[in-house]
Write a protein that binds this ligand. Structure first.
Ligand SMILES: Nc1ncnc2c1ncn2[C@@H]1O[C@H](COP(=O)(O)OP(=O)(O)OP(=O)(O)O)[C@@H](O)[C@H]1O
Ligand SMILES: [Mg+2]
Length: 351
């Protein structure tokens, strides 16, 4: 059993408050991803849980026990960083065994754990090699192995894949997810990459400027973002935003105040911002007129940049669509998929 709970946790560096009253519960065995822009407080949150950073106020609990002031080595946590320096003069085996040796574990037990971890990570044949004779992905696996041999209650990852090239990232991403399925251990994973967050997390904790913006399953975050920030952060290409205002019972769309039927904002609003994901723009016989500006063929689909009511929006369409820059098309929005945001608070209006 290893649940984690942040209870009203705040963090100041000198006079500057960088985390505000964080409340977050991670269930036993859950894979939670902390995601958000640079500087939002992801690493600091993780480091406080590991005991590498003090907590300014509030409590952190593991399995319901207050560990806020416990020494890092008494927390039963293993952390994998972006810069996972392996010891260059030691073999892979010695790198894996080192932490256990320092804990004075007996030799036979160390060997058992190292062999187990090597089998899980499929690096048995590399145990005699030095790190310089490994590929980037193999080195990353050894770094994971150093955490696995410790059999911690909780695994922490801080951007462990950012040093790898794009292809290897995708491969290691699925390996870490499989590792989670194999071990069934609680994992907390930090990234600023929203694709990593969506594909890996049981739940995503999306942060901005030291505040939790939304904590939910990937699909709920995608389909029901609480506010404009969340809506714009998750999704690639990102959600399109257009200003709208009510006029004579209809809507005026975008900078050009182009009349639009086919969607209405809540009755109590005069102005709002609407958000539509690229896959929810539809080409129709009738609708808002838009001009094709740029076509990006991806093979499996097309991204098309359109000028709609004086604003640039991106649509996602089938790859066989025959269009050219300058063509005029009519656009509708997929019903039920238009989000409406309050201009002042940025909150999403209930549908
Ligand atoms: N030791 C420190 N002293 C002062 N300020 C710090 C210190 N460590 C972090 N900060 C500040 O705290 C805030 C949160 O930093 P943190 O490293 O947690 O961000 P992050 O979300 O991990 O960002 P990144 O994606 O760039 O790694 C930032 O504004 C940062 O400048
Ligand atoms: Mg960080």
């Amino acid at each position: 059993m290893a649940s984690v709970e942040y209870r009203n946790v705040s963090k100041n560096f000198d006079q500057v408050k960088v985390l505000h009253d964080i409340n977050l519960t991670i269930n036993d065995g859950e894979f939670v991803v902390l995601v958000g822009p640079s500087g939002c407080g992801k690493s600091t949150s993780l480091r406080m849980l590991a005991g590498l950073e003090s907590v300014s106020s509030g409590t952190i609990l593991i399995d319901g026990k207050d560990i806020t002031d416990k020494h890092p080595k008494d927390r039963d946590i293993a952390m994998v960083f972006q810069n996972y320096a392996l010891y260059p003069h030691m073999s892979v085996y010695e790198n894996l065994a080192f932490g256990l040796k320092m804990r004075r574990m007996d030799k036979a037990d160390i060997d058992k754990r190292v062999q187990e971890a090597a089998a899980i990570l499929k690096i048995e044949m590399l145990l005699d090699r030095k790190p310089k004779a490994l590929s980037g992905g193999q080195r990353q696996r050894v770094a994971l192995g150093r955490a696995i041999v410790r059999k911690p209650k909780v695994f922490l990852f801080d951007e462990p894949l950012s040093n790898l090239d794009a292809k290897l990232r995708v491969q290691m991403r699925s390996e870490i997810k499989k590792l989670h399925q194999t071990l069934g251990v609680t994992m907390l994973y930090v990234t600023h990459d929203q694709v990593e967050a969506m594909t890996m997390g049981d739940r995503i904790c999306l942060m901005d400027s030291g505040y939790i913006q939304q904590y939910d399953t990937p699909l709920n975050i995608y389909n029901e973002p609480t506010n404009r920030f969340v809506a714009g952060f998750i999704g690639s290409p990102p959600m399109n935003f257009l200003s709208v205002q009510r006029k004579n019972g209809g809507l005026l769309l975008g900078k050009n105040a182009q009349p639009f039927t086919g969607y209405d904002i809540p009755k109590n609003m005069e102005k709002a911002e609407i958000g539509i994901r690229p896959e929810d723009l539809l080409i129709a016989k009738e609708g808002a007129s838009a001009t094709v500006e740029l076509i990006e063929p991806l093979g499996s689909e097309l991204y098309i940049e359109l000028n709609l009511a004086g604003e640039s929006v991106t649509g996602r369409f089938a790859p066989d669509l025959k269009l050219q820059p300058g063509d005029k098309i009519n656009i509708q929005f997929r019903e039920q998929k238009v989000h409406c945001f309050d201009l002042e608070s940025g909150l999403r209006c209930p549908n």
